[in-house]
Each structure stands twice: as C-alpha cells, then as structure tokens.
Design a protein around this ligand. Sequence first.
Ligand code: HDE
Length: 758
Amino acid sequence: MEESHPTNASGAIPGRPGSEPPPVAEPTEPRGPLPPKQDQRGPEPFTPTGQPEDVPQEALAQGGAYLTTALGTRLPDSDHSLKAGPRGPVLLRDHHLREKITHFDHERIPERVVHARGAAAHGIFRSYGTAATVTKAAFLAEGAETPVFVRFSTVLGSRGSADTVRDTRGFATKFYTSEGVFDLVGNNIPVFFIQDAIKFPDIIHAGKPHPDREIPQAQSAHDTFWDFVSLHTEATHHTLWNMSDRGIPRSFRTMEGFGVHTFRLVDAAGATTLVKFHWKPKAGVHSLVWEEAQLINGMDPDFHRRDLADAIEAGAFPQWELGIQAFPDTPEQMFEGIDLLDPTKIVPEELAPVQPIGLLTLNANPSNFFAETEQVAFHVGHLVPGIDVTDDPLLAGRLFSYLDTQITRLGGPNFTQLPINRSHAVVNDMLRDGMHQTAVHSGAAPYKPNSLDGGCPFFAGQQEGGYVEVPVEVASAPRVREAPATFADHFSQPRLFWLSLSPVEREHVIAAYTFELGKVYEQAIKERTLQVLAEIDPVLCEQVAAGLGLPAPKAAEPLPSVTPSPALSQVGKVWPTTGRIIGIITGEGADLSTVRSVRQAILDGGMVPLIIAPTGGPLDGASRDGVRGVIDALTGGDEPLVAQRTFATARSVEFDALLVAGAPAPGADAYGARDAKAGDAGGAIDPRVLLMLAEAYRHGKPIGGWDGAMEALALAAIPTGAAGVLLGDRGDEVLAEIVRLLGQHRVWDRFPAAAAVG
Ligand code: HDE
C-alpha cells in the first residue's frame, strides 16, 4: 500500500529534498506572554520554622484536632486492629491497619552514600557588598539578605554513627537567592584526597567499613584506608589535615568551611575573577583532643548535633563570615606557582588574603529532621548568574554526581519540589511528570519553540538575568587520560601545613598517625605510610615510627623548602568565649551564695553554666520551704539553684572548663556510695568527680576551685600550681582567670611539646 504523507496546501511533502519549500505560515495575532502558571510559581517563602507563611494551617499535614487517615477520614481508634471478636483473627479489610503499617514500612529512604550523618539549621546571609566589584550575583550585592539552609556532616559514617569521629566534615550551604538557588557545597578541610572525580569511588570504598564484616564504622583507622592513601600519594595533604586537630572539631560552630575548588565570578560587564570561598567562624576555630573525642562517641554520640541545636535554641546564633581569595583569571590559572585547578592545593592566606564578603547567621533549628535535614539536596551545579565553575576535574565529576545520586536517594527527579529544596525565585521549567510529581502543570506546550502557549516560557538573555555561561576559550589538545604536570607535586604542601602548626598541634598529628597506623594489621601498609611521612618531615616520620616500633625511612628526595602559613594554626589566638560550657561541681557544704553568684557571672558573660551535684533536684531545696520560700515568693527572689547534672550523668567531655565549689562528697547512688566505702584516701570525694577532674586536666581544660577544692584536685593527682589550675578564696576571681584561659580554648602549656621541629 502506498505510504501516505502529510502534505501542505501545494501538495509538497514538508522537509523532503526536492519538494517545494513549505509556504511561510500565516502570521497569527501576536499573543503576549502568558502569566506564570499557578503551579509553577516558586514556593511560598518559608519561615525558619519551615511553615509556609501564607498557606492555611489546615492545608498542611497535622491540621485539625482529630486523628485521620492519610486521606482525611477521622478515626475512632488507632490502638487496636479490626478483629473478628477481641481474640481475633485480624481482618484483612482493616484499611487503617494496612495504611499505618505500609507507610511505616517505607519510612526509611536510602542514606547518602557519603555524608550520611548530618545536622542542619536555617539562617540568613547578609551581604557586605564587597564582592559586588567582581560578581553580578544579586545575593552578593550590598545589603542583600538571603535565607539559607546549612547542613554539616561527617563523610564516612552511616546515618546513626557518632559525631566526634576523626573525619572530614561537610559544610553545605543552600542560598535561596532571588535569582534561583545557589549551593556552596564545601568541607571543613580546604583540600581533597583526589584530583580527579574518577577516583572518588576508590577513596570512598577504601574509607568505608570493610566489605566482609562491615567494620569499622565511621573511621579511617583501618587497613583499606591506609592501603589506599599510602599508594595514592595525592591524598597525602588531605590525610595530614585529617590527622591534625581539624579532623576532630569541637563543634560545627567552631569549624572553618572551604569551597575547595576554584570558582569563577563574573561581573555585569562579563569580566571574570577566579576565587576560593572560605567560611570563618566567629566563635573561633577549635578542636577536641583525641581521647576526649573517643569518650564523647560513647557518652554522647550526638554531641555536635546537640551542640548546634542547643546553641540556636538558646539564642546563641552561630555565625560565619564568608570570604573570598581572589585571583586574576589568566589562561594558565596559576597563582604564585600553585595550580588553581588542583584541589589538593591551598593558596596560603598570606599570599592572597581572605576578603570578607558577608555574614551567615544560623538562627532556627529545623522543625522536622526528615523533611529538611534528610531531604535537602545540595548540588555544585546549582549556580546563579555571576558564579561559574572552572575546569577543575574533581569539580567536573561533582557536577554530574549530585543530581544523579539524588534521583536514587529521593526517589525520582522531582525532589526539587520538596519544600526544603524549592527555589524562592519564580520557577517556570518544562520538566514534566516523573515519580512524586506534585505540581499540577497547566498549559499545552511544555516544549520550545511553541506557539500554543504563546511562546511562553521565554528565554532570558543577559539583560533579563539569564544564566549565560562564560565563553571561556577551550585550548585544543589531544584527548588523553592524564593529569597536568602541575598536579604532580604531592608533598610540598603537606610539608607547608606541617611546618605551619605549633609544636602542640604537631604532637597531636604524631599521636593521630601513631593511633591510626597502630590499628592497621598489615606491616607493609605501615612501612609505606612511614615512607610518605618521610617525604613530609623527618621528625614526623621518626616519631610515628618510634610509636609503631618500626625503623624510620629516609626521604627519597631532598625536602622542598616552603614558607609556613601561620594562618593555618589554631593555637596562639584569642577568641570570644560566648557559648562555652563551664561545669560547677558542688557538694555537701558548698557555699551556695558563691555558686549562685559565679553561675550568674557565667551567664552574664554569655556562657553556659551547668551545675553538677551528687543528686538531682534543687541544691537549696530545704530553704525553699519555710521562711525563705515565703520571702522569695513575696519578693520574686532568686531562682532556685537546681542541679543540671549529677555525678552519675556528668562526664568531663561535656565541659570546656570545670569549677570545684568545695569538696564534692560521694553521691547517694550505689556507685558513689560503694566506692566511698572502699576506705582509701579518695573515699571522701566521689570517684566520678576525681575522674572528671583528671580527664579535664589531661585534655588541657582550665580548672578552678575554692573552699575544699584543693583536696579534690590533689586526690585527682593534679599537681599544685599546674598550668591552668587555679585555686583561690573568691569564686569571682577564679572565674575571671578561667574565662581568660578559655579565650585560648585550651591550656596549651599542659601538653608536652615533643615535636620540636627544626
Ligand atoms: Fe561530595 N558528594 N563528592 N564532596 N559532598 C555528596 O551527594 C562527590 C566532594 C560534599 O549535606 C553526595 O547528595 C563526588 C568535595 C558535601 O547533603 C555525592 C566527589 C567536597 C556533601 C557526592 C565529591 C564535597 C557531599 C552524596 C569527587 C567539598 C553533603 C549525597 C569528585 C568541596 C551534602 C549527595 C549534604 C555529598 C559526590 C567530592 C562536599 C555522592 C563524586 C571535594 C558537603 O553526590
């Protein structure tokens, strides 16, 4: 049968060679742009509590007072299945039972393949306008205020793993700008293990638990990690940062953040500047010490998550300044001999200062962890006009990976419609259908060009705020699987970092390598790692080798001469003490008026006092009744002094400093009483208090006391007159000195500085 073709009025077949050209279509009446489609508008702005401002409460989940099914039918009972008689059997027709169980069965979604464990907060970013000279991004204009959502994370552990493991921390920020969403998906360490995204599965497979037994959880102290990083020496710099105090931050609030890659900013005239992004915490850059971090993982695995939420709830809003290091966008993309496309390299701040461009304040906790913290989807490809990427090969792979992984994790391509991910700018895309589509799209023509929807939506050029890629010249080159020669140096920057650390920080690095390699079984892996350390510094190599009981190898090449960067050290600086936690150990006979005034002075200083007592309840309970109670009631007198921790619930790791108000007698519970009866010299002081003091001392925390405190300190084997240990007659004087020491974070003198480096 003859094929039939559509023909036009002249009988020619459109698009067929040799046929007559199709006649020009009659112009139709030009139509104006259609108004934005209702369902494709941006989301209603979300308040920090996560509730849309102008959506009535009834329209949201959890409206109304009565329990309903998912479809709104009110329910009389949710505690019993529908049965044939009270003793059963259960009936299959019980829709409510099946709905409840089925929904529960599907409550979990796949965790993130990396960065599974995280905590997040809402906030606001205020731009200083100082970046407006180099970028046209609207949210970086002077005075612009942009809502943000920030998620902090560990990399290796599962969702339920502990917070204070030795690991890199994620620091991902979603800016809901007026021009669309911009995500700055950074880490707390400025360099990465690999230079090319194709190695990402390798480093992650090496760091994750062993595939046979699925152990160890959330840590790098095992054979596969060290096997990989000792063979793959471009990982040396990042690994050294992990082994430094940066691998165990005191709090998310006291971490720096880094964009890692070099980005490209574009101004209104199209001029470009290369930049590296930095987040600088207002509270200072502080870390735990390793023993402390390990103890916390048992005592309070949610330490960082709790710390962030508590601080925000208490109104102590964490703040970071966003800064940029700016470099000329030359064809070589080099700065002072450093390849700006190499993500294993930093540019020392002494060579290119970090210029502040805005202030981030986290001021609201998520109201639902799953809806917000778990479902948030960051992507380095979420860019706004004025910010572009570079050809960093690690970044190129990331530009593919995030969307790809989120399609699996969030069950399809429509996760951008989830409240936490929705743009606050108007959305009019032509993406349609797919799993979990929540928009009810109108219009007949989700394609371009179209005439049926009046040509809408229209393209936005430069003038209309469109995202126009920078027309960067691409050099013609052979197609190869190779890294550039400028990526080849893997050791000079680790040496630079090592030499920039203070002696006590070097000592921590030595201890960290010794610990981690001490957990490795294969001798060959330890030896290979020692060879890597020899290429960084002989003292580092020798001291770790001594700890492992192995010979120290010599460097294969003469060590490069590098200039240290003092900005990389966390020691020797003075920081605000706001939000730091001071424990006050009280006991029988403690002078409560001093405790009360010291507690108040701590609060007045913006810090957090926690009273630790042998038992719970009010310390001055007896005096609340009777005459004192009546006077208080009449005069609105003092708040009762209540124990927030007991000897059973407190552990040193929760506190930044400890005060001892008198001699803490044993607690009334079995533990304290039993040990007290032991009859040794320590019997008079609760053994858990002695443990607390000894730990705080070992971890370099300021300790102060008055009244009978001296006895407790002596029994905890804390030398009289030791650095950062203060005994006085007056609580307020002792506190003043403790706060001064806290400004330096730790009593650094207490750590023997073994790592003297020449
Ligand atoms: Fe990621 N990374 N990454 N990463 N990354 C993910 O995306 C990936 C890298 C970072 O709180 C994943 O949604 C590749 C560097 C953070 O939700 C995944 C490479 C930096 C977060 C992914 C890197 C990061 C992620 C997993 C090598 C610092 C958590 C779940 C090319 C600059 C974001 C997800 C959050 C998460 C891929 C390297 C930071 C699989 C392929 C370098 C903070 O897409």
